[in-house]
Write a protein that binds this ligand. Structure first.
Ligand code: C2E
Ligand code: MG
Ligand code: MG
Ligand code: MG
Length: 283
């Protein structure tokens, strides 16, 4: 009787594992198609400066799956990284963001807007990553100083000297480098000192409960002070309420991104928000 139960359990387990594997394989082959069949899209989430004007946007990847609908990057970026598909996807993202910068460059209302693009640690590790970025910038004829690359602390498992060399090469072209999700990963103050960063981005997990949690306030305040001391630009993500925004501004945070202003939206909606918002901010 006991044996029978164990056997049944094992079979169930095997079946579940097999089903998961099949599901994963299907998602992988779908993701492969997504690139060639134009199912990927960039959404844009506004970033505002301390005067309240929209100064740019973070480009966030969306996958419109033909059957499943919108698949979240949290669900497919890890798979893309495991399968190496992050390389062509990351390349597509950069190209699409630069094409957008180019499209904005002829209109005075949009010519100064910046775009921040997320870069996977695996992409950044590629030996020719810097030349790839530069050639995309040149091909699209875009001012490199309008592009920000958001890197995460997870890249620090790789050779730090190589990271520094690459950052400096990008910076010499004018590209800005930001450390995303700051404080959630592997970084130490030692790295912060060594890396030639332009910006740090306070992770939303610290912002969320900042108004009620003493520890979060301390972390946020310390990160902002650190940024000031190191002459880095500091931006907060996950700014959901006016109270968040005011509190961060009082601490000296330079820019803000979050649902307070807008969720990430398709480009047409972003331009509508931009027009309404910056016109209002100017009057
Ligand atoms: P991230 O780079 O930290 O992006 C911020 C995430 O927080 C986005 O989720 C955004 O929609 C969400 N968010 C923004 N404001 C708020 C807010 O006020 N409240 C809350 N609760 N959430 C907010 P999203 O778009 O689902 O992206 C998740 C993650 O996927 C990103 O985190 C980034 O790590 C990754 N990702 C997105 N696009 C790309 C990409 O093109 N390449 C790579 N490598 N990763 C990407
Ligand atoms: Mg980001
Ligand atoms: Mg982030
Ligand atoms: Mg984050």
């Amino acid at each position: 009787m006991h044996n029978l139960l164990v056997t049944a359990l094992l079979w169930t387990l095997l079946w579940v594992m097999q089903a998961n594997l099949t599901e994963r394989n299907m998602l992988e082959s779908d993701l492969r198609k997504a690139i060639s069949q134009n199912q990927l899209e960039l959404y844009y989430q506004p970033q505002v400066g301390d005067d309240g004007r929209i100064v740019g946007a973070e480009a966030l990847l969306r996958w419109e799956h033909p059957v499943k609908g919108m698949v979240s990057p949290a669900d497919f970026i890890p798979l893309a990284e495991q399968t190496g598909l992050i390389m062509p996807i990351g390349h597509w993202v950069l190209g699409a963001a630069c094409a957008q910068l180019m499209a904005w460059s002829n209109n005075p209302a949009t010519a100064q807007l910046r775009i921040a693009v997320n870069v996977s640690a695996l992409q950044f590790k590629e030996p020719n990553y810097v030349s790839q970025v530069i050639s995309v910038l040149e091909r699209s004829n875009v001012n490199p100083s309008l592009l920000t690359l958001e890197l995460t602390e997870s890249m620090l498992v790789n050779d730090v000297n190589d990271i520094i060399t690459k950052m400096n090469a990008l910076k010499s072209k004018g590209v800005c480098v930001s450390l995303d999700d700051f404080g959630t990963g592997y970084s130490s103050l030692n790295y912060l000192k060594k890396l030639p960063l332009d910006q740090i981005k306070i992770d939303q997990s610290f912002v969320r409960d900042m108004l009620t949690d003493e520890d979060d306030v301390t972390i946020v305040r310390t990160v902002i002070d650190l940024a000031h001391g190191m002459r880095l630009h500091v931006i907060a993500e996950g700014v959901e309420t006016q109270a968040h925004r005011q509190f961060l501004a009082d601490l000296g945070c330079h820019s803000f991104q979050g649902y307070l202003l807008s969720k990430p939206v398709p480009i047409g909606d972003f331009e509508t928000i931009l027009l309404a918002h910056n016109t209002a901010a100017a009057t």
